[in-house]
Each structure stands twice: as C-alpha cells, then as structure tokens.
Ligand binder design. Structure first.
Ligand SMILES: N[C@@H](CCC(=O)N[C@@H](CS)C(=O)NCC(=O)O)C(=O)O
Length: 215
C-alpha cells in the first residue's frame, strides 16, 4: 500500500529543503517527513529523482493539479503547496507581484548562491579567500536592505513566498562570519533575518528528525 500522505525527503540544514518545509508548513499540508543523510541517500529517493538532491516531494496519489508523482525542485514544491492552500496569503496577489518574487528567487538561486558557496568554501573553487564573492553578494543584499527599509518584508508588509525562498540562504551567508555580517550597514536586513530566525514558523520547520530508514 502506498503511503496516504505526501512524502518529503528532506535534510534539516539544506536551505532548499528549508524553503520547501516552510511553504508546506504555511499551507497546512501534512507530509511524512523522511530525513536524509546526504552521504547515504535512500534508494527510493534516488529511484524517484535520480539527480539526488533534496528536497523531493512524492505524491503517491495524484493530488490537486499535479498528475505527476514527483516534485524535485524546491520552488516547485513551494508553489504546489501554496496553490493547494495558502491561508497566510504567501502567494503574491498580482502577476507583477509574482514576477517580482520569481526574479528575486532567480537571483538568489543563481548568482547569489554561487557567490555564497565560494564565500563559504573558497578552496573548493581554487580561491584563497571568499572575500571577493562575499562583497559581490553584498551588493545584492544591500538592494534587499533598501527594500526592507521601506517595508517589513520583501514583497510588502507580510512574510511571503519571496521571504521564505530567500531567507534560508541569507541566513547561511550571515552565519559564515556573523561578526562581519552584523557590522555591515544593512540594519533592515539584519532585523528581517532576526524576525525570520525568531519565528514560530522557523522553529517548527527546524525540529530534529532521526535519519529515515526504510522498513
Ligand atoms: N535546484 C534544487 C537544488 C537542491 C540542492 O542542491 N540540494 C542540495 C542540498 S542543500 C543537495 O541535495 N545536494 C546533493 C548532495 O549534497 O549530495 C532545488 O531547488 O531543490
């Protein structure tokens, strides 16, 4: 018998998995959580999605508008969940708002993620220091700070899709060198991140799960 709940393969500290868990939690959709050890991925997860990244959402039974069974991109999982149910109104209300959110997420997942990885692990890219990538990434973070000086969250006065998709990555950047991050002139960004990290929502999605083992 297939499980009745959607199954989420996840890894606690992965920012892509965090954004998927945030949206699933906000939507109120219950899932069976399967915690993955990235060095020892479950065969079932790899059979569903051979590219081997988390998060992976498996819909054992066709649900809603999705006739396929597997969502293996974090943004697709967010959009699927919020289109099922969006009680906190995370989805932008207008097409322009959605385009703006998707553009922020595209920059986050493209240039910013590359800079973040080279900042955190310069040696992996043959660099002696990550300072140049830290500083490149900071240019974009200053644009986020400028937004957040005018409004509490990235798309307005309420936490939403863009905040949930981007905040886990800004958090990683901030934690790479907390003293340096705190000393920069981006007070609204620091406050926004503190609200996120102090939220009941963040607490809820960061609960620890033992690694999943097939029965
Ligand atoms: N584009 C994917 C990226 C997901 C991704 O890269 N996840 C990382 C963990 S944060 C992963 O699973 N990497 C594979 C590994 O480390 O073996 C998404 O948005 O879901």
């Amino acid at each position: 018998m297939p499980p009745t709940l959607p199954v989420l393969y996840s890894f606690r500290r992965c920012p892509y998995a965090m954004r998927a868990r945030l949206a699933l939690h906000a939507s109120g959709i219950a899932v069976e959580h399967r915690e993955v050890v990235l060095k020892n991925k479950p065969a079932h997860m790899l059979a569903l999605s051979p590219k081997g990244t988390v998060p992976v959402l498996w819909l054992p039974v066709t649900q809603g508008a999705v006739s396929g069974q597997v969502l293996d991109q974090s943004l697709d999982i967010m959009l699927w969940a919020l289109r099922q149910s969006d009680p906190l109104a995370w989805l932008p209300a207008s097409d322009a708002g959605m385009s703006d959110a998707l553009a922020l997420i595209a920059h986050n997942d493209g240039p910013f993620k590359g800079q973040l990885d080279r900042y955190k692990y310069p040696n992996r890219s043959g660099l002696e220091t990550g300072a140049a990538d830290r500083d490149e990434a900071a240019l974009w973070l200053h644009t986020l700070d400028a937004r957040l000086r005018a409004q509490a969250f990235l798309a307005g006065e309420q936490f939403g899709l863009a905040d949930a998709a981007v905040a886990p990555f800004v958090r990683q950047y901030a934690h790479t060198d907390p003293g340096w991050f705190a000393a920069q002139a981006w007070p609204a960004l620091v406050a926004w991140l503190a609200v996120f990290e102090g939220s009941a929502l963040f607490d809820a999605i960061m609960h620890k799960h033992a690694p999943w083992q097939p029965a």
